[in-house]
Write a new protein. Sequence first.
Length: 226
Amino acid sequence: LYGVACSADLEVPLLVTFNSSLGALFFEIYGRSSLGQGVLDIDVWMVKELPCIRKEFFTTRLGNKIEKSLSRIAARQALSVFREFGADSREEVSLDKVKPDRRELDQIVMGEILGLSEQEQLEIYKAVIDLVKSRLERAKSVAKKGGKTKEGINLDRLVETILNNIGEDNLGKFYREKILSQNTYEMSLPRFKKELQLDMTLTGWALVSGKDRIECATEDLARYLK
């Protein structure tokens, strides 16, 4: 478990964002699910990258509604997304099946603050169900086959959902600021004769195949190259 320290004015935005179903979507997108058995891992650096609703969006008018909504959710045990949403597949998802206290918070976050329509909110629920179900089924498939599986989420549907909610203008801005601004480089990889193994070293990580090895500065780079 990791503690999140923040200034007092960010406490409510963090609580609301991460306890909403939109937060569940962010966790699935930014988290790491390669640990086996379908476990979702959120490291410190991942938490730092998670989007959060800006504090300017929280008005005094919403203050009491948010406090009451969070109190209701905190008073009960958190359930799986399938039970929270009242659906086991995207086809079964509907707004009236979502638990009332969760729906109340989501309506504040996605409806009143972000201005998403009910249809757009429905797509968020479906995307979360898709991602969680895919993660769990992928883990079961790996366990049965003893290797990697080709099954996964419906990427076309996920991309469409994200694009519809972000908008082309914001997506272009994100690409310019986050992608084009990065320093890029090329790496030439040899043809390995044996299966690659991921090893942690004193200075970072390495991909090892017999006597051949490639040193990597981070685990993410090593896993990407593998």
